[in-house]
Design a binder for this molecule. Structure first.
Ligand SMILES: C[S@@+](CC[C@H](N)C(=O)[O-])C[C@H]1O[C@@H](n2cnc3c(N)ncnc32)[C@H](O)[C@@H]1O
Length: 247
């Protein structure tokens, strides 16, 4: 099951993306992704698990033939209203996808790998529709530092002294054993926890070759406690780049 199929969860996610921290996260994601995208503007790009379609909306300005899908109908409804010129489909990455073999030059899977219920099947499906020598770009919450392992906390004394929260780590290995991998971000938003090694091994198992790995970092700091402040200190988001090898 995809938790974002629940309307409340979808709404919560839409609100996050529109919040100041969501805006910062989108900006840093876009800046980090852009240098890895193809030069040719007629390249076929797929935004897999596209959510609200914000990234598809940005990329379609450069790549007009971009396509996108997500299995949450609430999020796709939102995306279609916002970007009526993009071909959005409601599809589950774990099911057979209605694209021909070797269709896309680049597949982007942004901040969604950790939400997939069945990573091996989903990655095999994305592998099939990517062209040989094509690129898969995955951005993901860095499980070593981001929630639920990492929690920004400030005790009562730090609060009284007007200091900012600090990142505290909870036992990573505890989260490996979660039932259904599910954990709650808050009362309305549920996600999954996959160890980083498992995600990379699932991608390699699907046939992809890892070609590049990058920490998302905010070069500037912020006087306020926000996503800029957090990303200036810890790589809470990672970018992984894979190639589909020639047979
Ligand atoms: C954290 S959101 C990221 C959305 C978007 N890529 C972004 O960067 O804003 C995770 C997305 O994965 C989608 N998702 C989860 N499981 C899926 C599946 N099996 N097939 C398609 N989409 C899925 C959810 O609906 C949600 O939109």
């Amino acid at each position: 099951m995809n938790f974002y199929e629940d309307k409340e969860t979808a709404q919560q996610f839409i609100e996050f993306l529109e919040s100041p921290n969501g805006v910062i996260q989108k900006q840093i994601l876009l800046e980090t992704l852009e240098p890895h995208l193809p030069r040719a503007t007629n390249s076929k790009i797929l935004d897999a698990a596209c959510g609200t379609g914000w990234l598809a909306g940005k990329l379609s300005k450069t790549y007009p033939s971009l396509e996108a899908f997500d299995s949450s109908s609430a999020l796709i409804d939102h995306a279609r209203k916002e970007f009526p010129n993009i071909n959005f489909q409601i599809l589950d990455a774990g099911n057979t996808l209605p694209y021909a073999d070797n269709t896309f030059d680049t597949v982007v899977l942004s901040m969604a790998s950790h939400d997939l219920e069945n990573q091996p099947k989903s990655f095999a499906n994305l592998f099939r529709i990517l062209k040989p020598e094509g690129t898969l770009i995955v951005t993901l919450a860095n499980p070593y530092y981001s929630f639920p392992v990492g929690m920004w906390k400030r005790g009562i004394f730090r609060a009284l002294l007007g200091k900012k929260p600090r990142l505290k780590l909870r036992p990573y290995n505890f989260f490996r054993n979660l039932q259904d991998r599910a954990f709650r971000w808050n009362s309305r938003l549920t996600s999954r926890f996959y160890p980083l090694s498992e995600q990379i091994n699932n991608l390699l198992g699907a046939g992809f070759a890892l070609t590049h790995m990058e920490d998302l970092v905010s070069r500037t700091d912020s006087p306020a406690f926000n996503a800029t402040y957090q990303l200036h200190r810890f790589p809470t988001i990672l970018l992984l780049k894979f190639k589909k090898p020639l047979e």
